[in-house]
Ligand binder design. Sequence first.
Ligand code: PMP
Length: 289
Amino acid sequence: MKVYINGKFYSKEDAKVSVFDHGLLYGDGVFEGIRSYSRLVFKLKEHIDRLFESAHAIMLDIPLNKEQLIKATIQTLKENKLNDAYIRMIVTRGEGDLGLDPRKCKGNSTVIIITDKIALYSKELYRKGMEIITVATMRNSHEALNPQMKCLNYLNNIMAKIEAVQLGYEEALMLNDQGYVAECTGDNIFIVNKGELYTPPEIMGVLRGVTRDTVLEIAKKNKIPTHEHVFTRHELYISDECFLTGTAAEIIPVVMVDGRVIGSGKPGKITLSLMNKFKELTKKEGVRY
Ligand code: PMP
């Protein structure tokens, strides 16, 4: 495996950053998770745009422009001879001192691109649907650390994940500080009610997922009404269908939430149709390498 760090390739063993990098010391940095299918990088532009938005929000200069970053990504994929890959793009504040002042890292930001395989959940889970549970850890308030930024500090999500795993579940449902449904630890959430699609708006404390946007797009094209709308756990419990979306998870059906069976207890018709259409899209859309 070859890892890209600041324009050079390193073997996995030698791919290292300084212990003084503020990405490590403070989670000061941003990242993206991207995927390629049969040598097509899916929604690369959208991911790069979001990376630059996250970086802008934390006043982090990315030493490459968007085009250069796209080139570096393609180069890394080619270097690793991967047809299907999960791409992790990271930009850290870089090396500084032990204080958290980012000015000390000026000009040191580090760009890392890792390409590898990923299989988040078993095939069976996609067939049968997953069971999730609401956890006590609430999603970061947008006034504290806005979930719309994909920053390196993922402890909020990790705390929720730990709770779910402790309780024997693979994924946690996170509510925001007002008790409305926000998202899961690494995925957005959708429900289907009377043939219409609902997902919480960004302001509820969710990352605007690229997969979420893609699902909304597919639904609109197929005349399924979509709503970016606030909802509580009650609407979720009484929904006809539920599923999660994310680059790594793609679209995964949810059949039980907090012990309540969702709909028929099996992946729903609209969910299955969206899963198929999403798969089709990944086969034909993307940046070729
Ligand atoms: N929410 C969170 C907290 C995430 O980490 C992710 C994965 N990046 C998502 C939602 C889904 O976003 P995307 O579809 O862009 O992968």
